[in-house]
Design a protein around this ligand. Structure first.
Ligand code: NAP
Length: 533
């Protein structure tokens, strides 16, 4: 159960040694989109096998398989890289290869190149079986030994659990039973767990115990794909690589913070997953509280995993719920309405949802952070389905200037300064401030200054899963939440969920709108409004 993974630099060295030549690095370094001034070696994974459980599922087809291909296309996979799929179908290797090929063609970010595909295809294998079937996992162990011999993957395995959460324990137990979780000296074994990581503090704690009984904490990679997004990592660059914002990033200048993840889609075909979970467990517990932690934490001493996680944990520990949850939280459920010019049904009419379901599809909460930097500054978090538009952003809204030496009329429509990190779509940063309107009067109005990723950088942003899969293979954990962060997040959410269970039906809101009236009322009581997105 040891974890000998070294820092990324070592992984680079291993990769080039296994490649026998520097081919992989050359491919990556010769990328014409790289800035020629960038002399750093690309981060390349060492020899390994990625075992994907649940390979026929939605996530694998839309995100994981295309991301693996994209890594190959960028020269970031070692030549011996092998991909093993596991699911219940009675398939041969070629069936899995076809599924992968179709998924890559449909969803890869980078262009399809025959030579990249052929290289990936050579390492594709499929092992059929049920998670409860010991024989299937014994066959998996044997297949991995054969791959090591044939392809020089050195016993290094990453096990990705892209499976319904109820199967996490049984798969982990199978990996323990077969010895696949134990890394022989000089090799590594890692397990990747998809969200949701539990559905409350108790279940998350139990799951952590099960996972820790098979793998050491350093080998457990809990995926919150938001942390793989360039824009989310850029929050750290914005705050800690500049001197412009940090001096005003505190209660003396910030009025409040709004963190929003709005979706325009409904639950689609995911009724079985979503009902009983709801918006707060699905999004606030992980994505939005992680965003809050990055926005509010103190600067870490370095960007290694333990320093970063320590700061995130400290700030999550300092989060406080408001005393009156009825006034400072709101939940809603989408009703029928119009979206994108189409008539859509309400949540209770969706296939697979019972007509008396109390699951919320919209959640908004107000939190405070009890520390010197943030005391008295509210953090408002909201998320919902079937809202007006798909957008995720963090808005830091600043206090008004203490004195305006202009006439009241001239500044009547001047808002508050704001710095907005646009996470998706249209990734970038907007700064809103007041400016004089051209003319003879001293009229001042809001204007925006924009930074857009697409315009400032030649290279398009990798998909979050590309970055995270590469980090797993390299053994680089800063972008993966630690078990304590996960448990602290549940600790914040559990009392709210408990309160909501006593509140009956969530408030309906029309599809295509911006959520239930109670959410606006919550802001209005504080003299604030939600940003219009
Ligand atoms: P899914 O479409 O339901 O796929 C589940 C996969 O698990 C299928 O490949 C299925 O294979 C396999 N499976 C189910 N029961 C099995 C069993 N008893 N034995 C062996 N294989 C079994 O799920 P998903 O949407 O891809 O989600 C996977 C995980 O990612 C979940 O934890 C989910 O919460 C998380 N996630 C998904 C998304 C997303 O956008 N889809 C986003 C974030 C997180 P067969 O039926 O072919 O055997």
């Amino acid at each position: 159960m040891s974890e000998p993974a070294g820092p990324p630099e070592e992984a680079v060295a291993v990769a080039s040694a296994v490649a026998g030549t520097s081919t992989t690095l050359e491919v990556a370094a010769a990328n014409p989109l790289r800035d020629p001034r960038d002399k750093r070696l690309p981060r390349v994974a060492g020899p390994c096998v990625m075992v994907l459980f649940g390979v026929t599922g939605d996530l694998a087809k839309r995100k994981l398989l295309p991301a693996i291909y994209d890594l190959g296309n960028r020269g970031l996979l070692p030549p011996g890289f092998s991909l093993v799929g596991f699911a219940r179908r009675d398939w041969k290797d070629q069936d899995f290869a076809k599924l992968t090929h179709d998924a890559v063609k449909a969803h890869a970010r980078t262009p399809f190149r025959e030579e990249v595909w052929n290289q990936l295809r050579e390492g594709i294998h499929f092992v059929p079986g049920e998670f409860s079937d010991d024989g299937a996992f014994d066959a998996l162990a044997m297949a991995l030994r054969e791959i090591d011999e044939l392809r020089g993957t050195g016993g290094n395995y990453a096990f990705y659990l892209s499976v319904p959460p109820k199967f996490f324990p049984v798969v982990v137990e199978q990996l323990r039973r077969t010895g696949l979780a134990d890394a022989p000296d000089g090799s590594w074994r890692r397990v990747v767990i998809e969200k949701p990581f539990g559905h409350d503090l108790k279940s998350a704690h139990e799951l952590n115990e099960i996972t820790n009984s098979a793998f050491p904490e350093s080998s457990i990679f809990r995926i919150d794909h938001y942390l793989g997004k360039e824009t989310v990592q850029n929050i750290m660059a914005l705050r800690f690589a500049n001197n412009l914002y940090e001096p005003i990033w505190n209660r003396s200048f910030v009025d409040h913070v709004q963190i929003t993840m709005a979706e325009d889609i409904g639950i689609g075909g995911r009724a079985g997953y979503y009902d009983g979970i709801g918006a707060a467990r699905d999004v606030i517990q992980n994505h939005l509280l992680q965003l809050l932690a990055l926005v509010a934490m103190e600067d870490p001493t370095s960007f290694d995993a333990s320093a970063l996680r320590r700061e995130k944990e400290k700030v999550l520990k300092a989060v406080r719920l408001p005393a009156d949850l009825s006034l400072n939280t709101s939940r809603g459920q989408y009703a029928a309405g119009w979206q994108g010019g189409q008539k859509v049904v309400g949540y209770l009419q969706e296939d697979g949802i019972s007509t008396d379901s109390t699951t919320e599809t919209y959640a908004a909460i107000k939190l405070e952070i009890a520390n010197r930097r943030w005391a008295g500054v509210p953090f408002y978090l909201r998320t919902g389905k079937r809202l007006g538009r798909r957008v995720t952003e963090v808005a830091v809204v600043f206090q008004r200037a203490p004195h305006l030496p202009f006439s009241k009329d001239d500044t009547e429509i001047l808002g508050q300064n704001a710095l907005v990190v646009r996470v998706q779509p249209d990734e970038g940063i907007t700064v809103r401030f007041g400016s004089k309107v051209p003319g003879t009067a001293m009229e001042v109005r809001d204007v925006s200054m924009d930074f857009a990723y697409g315009e400032s950088f030649l290279e398009s942003s990798p998909e979050a899963y590309e970055r995270l899969l590469l980090d797993v293979m390299i053994g680089d954990p800063p972008l993966f939440p630690h078990q304590r962060e996960v448990e602290l997040s549940w600790q914040i959410l559990d009392p709210i969920e408990e309160f909501w269970t006593t509140q009956g039906q969530p408030e309906p809101y029309p599809s295509g709108s911006w959520g239930p009236p109670a959410s606006d009322a919550m802001m209005a009581r504080d003299g604030r409004v939600w940003r219009r997105l």
